[in-house]
Design a protein. Structure first.
Length: 199
C-alpha cells in the first residue's frame, strides 16, 4: 500500500476525489492496478485512458496487437453466439449463487485489462449492483471484449452438458489463442504505464 493514498487499509478522501476527477494519485504503484477494489481499478483505468490513450495508440506495435486481439475476441464471440452461451451464462448467473459470473468475479479483472478494453472503444461501466452477479454482466453476457482468464475458462457443468465436446474443444482453442495474445498486450501496456507513472 502506498502512503498518502491508503491509510490503515482505508481509501482516503483525497484518493476518492482524485479518482472521481479521472486523475491518478500522486503516487501509484503498478501493483495497485491489480489489488485495489473493483471501483478503484475502474477509476485508475479511466484516468490512465484519459491521460495516456492518445500516446499509447501512437505506438504502431500496440495498435497492431490490439487489432489482432480484437480479431481473436471476435472469433470467440462468434463461436459463443453460435452456441448461445451468453444467454446460458446470464441465466446461470441469475440463479442461486450467481454461477461463474457471480459478484466475486468482477474482482478478477484489473485496471490494465479495463484500459485495454477502453483503448478499443469498449465503454466500461458497472451495470449491476444487485449483490449477486458480476457488475459487468450485461443482458447478453460480459461487457468486456477482453476478459479475465477465469472468465474464459468455460468448464462449468452447464456448458459441458449443453454444448458438444467438439464445440467445447474449438472454444478452448480460440480462447487459448486470445489469452496468449492478451497476455502479450498486457505486458506491453504495463511497460508503457510503468514508464509514465510516478515520473
Amino acid at each position: 500500500m502506498v502512503e498518502g493514498v491508503f491509510l490503515n487499509g482505508f481509501v482516503t478522501d483525497t484518493f476518492l476525489l482524485t479518482c472521481e476527477n479521472n486523475m491518478l494519485p500522486d503516487t501509484l504503484s503498478l501493483q495497485q492496478l491489480f489489488t485495489v477494489p473493483v471501483a478503484d481499478k475502474q477509476h485508475f483505468a479511466e484516468a490512465l485512458h484519459q491521460k495516456h490513450a492518445t500516446d499509447f495508440l501512437r505506438q504502431d506495435d500496440l495498435r497492431a496487437d490490439l487489432e489482432l486481439l480484437q480479431n481473436f475476441a471476435r472469433r470467440v464471440s462468434r463461436h459463443m453466439a453460435k452456441l448461445e452461451m451468453g444467454k446460458m451464462c446470464v441465466r446461470c448467473a441469475a440463479g442461486s449463487g450467481g454461477g461463474c459470473c457471480s459478484l466475486f468475479m468482477a474482482g478478477e479483472t484489473d485496471a490494465v485489462q479495463m484500459l485495454m478494453n477502453m483503448l478499443v472503444g469498449v465503454p466500461i461501466r458497472q451495470v449491476r449492483g444487485d449483490g449477486s452477479e458480476c457488475c459487468y454482466l450485461g443482458e447478453k453476457g460480459c461487457l468486456f471484449t477482453f476478459k479475465p482468464i477465469f472468465c474464459l475458462n468455460y468448464n462449468c457443468k452447464s456448458i459441458r452438458d449443453g454444448v458438444s465436446s467438439e464445440n467445447v474443444t474449438e472454444l478452448e482453442r480460440l480462447t487459448g489463442q486470445l489469452l496468449g495474445k492478451q497476455y502479450e498486450v498486457e505486458k506491453k501496456l504495463l511497460e508503457l504505464i510503468g514508464r509514465r507513472i510516478n515520473r
